[in-house]
Write a protein that binds this ligand. Structure first.
Ligand code: 5GP
Length: 194
């Protein structure tokens, strides 16, 4: 998606360890108008899939989840990241290894907000090695919920998450796919139809 690629080129910063920082519009300050336009793309793609919930992870997926869910007229559920050991059994829980933070955390969703009646659109800000998404898939599996698709703002195509999820049969829509990042700040995108 050209407007997102242009924004990444203008404001994104490449950090060591293959981390792309987009704090000025997605991960700290939020460009609501841009995020709304990204949400419209997910809406157009998945509007006929009978989606009942948009599921994401706190915190950075929440904005794009809301932009999408508002158009689909369904609620957003965000999985909570916790290190607590006393989780109880009123939640679905799975363990996720964080790419950016280099540590593991538990991800929980209340059983009240996800059931086998749900058809879910999963969304997130970034897709890297795919652990966060696989955690959300595991939560949906525990709930017996169906997964209609996966919407990602920025996929790092040189990491394996996108290939893994497509291989697993999921319909992954990534609005920008970064195929390479150089230390000098150069960012290369995969060509996609807009
Ligand atoms: P994965 O589990 O696919 O390796 O990583 C996805 C999660 O890690 C996303 O929820 C995102 O918050 C974070 N993440 C992964 N790579 C990046 C990156 O390059 N930049 C930023 N800002 N977040 C990232």
């Amino acid at each position: 998606m050209k407007i997102l690629e242009d924004k990444i080129l203008k404001e994104g910063k490449v950090f060591p360890g293959n981390v792309l920082k987009v704090d000025s519009f997605l991960n700290h300050q939020i460009d609501v108008e841009l995020i709304d336009r990204l949400g419209e793309v997910f809406y157009e793609k998945y509007k006929n899939k009978n989606i009942t919930k948009v599921l994401t992870l706190e915190a950075s997926g929440i904005a794009i989840a809301c932009a999408t869910a508002r158009l689909l007229e369904v609620p957003v559920v965000f999985a909570k990241k916790t290190q607590s050991l006393n989780i109880g059994n009123d939640v679905y829980v799975t363990r996720v290894s964080s790419f950016t933070h280099g540590r593991d955390y538990d991800v929980t969703v209340s059983r009240n907000y996800l059931t086998k009646e749900d058809i879910v659109l999963l969304v997130d800000d970034f897709l890297a090695i795919g652990n966060a998404m696989k955690g959300l898939i595991e939560i949906c599996d525990q709930a017996g919920a169906g997964i209609a698709g996966i919407g990602i703002c920025i996929e790092k195509g040189f990491q394996k998450g996108g290939a893994d999820l497509r291989q697993m049969g999921y319909d992954v829509t990534s609005l920008a796919i970064v195929d390479g990042m150089e230390d000098d700040g150069t960012i290369n995108f995969r060509e996609q139809e807009d």
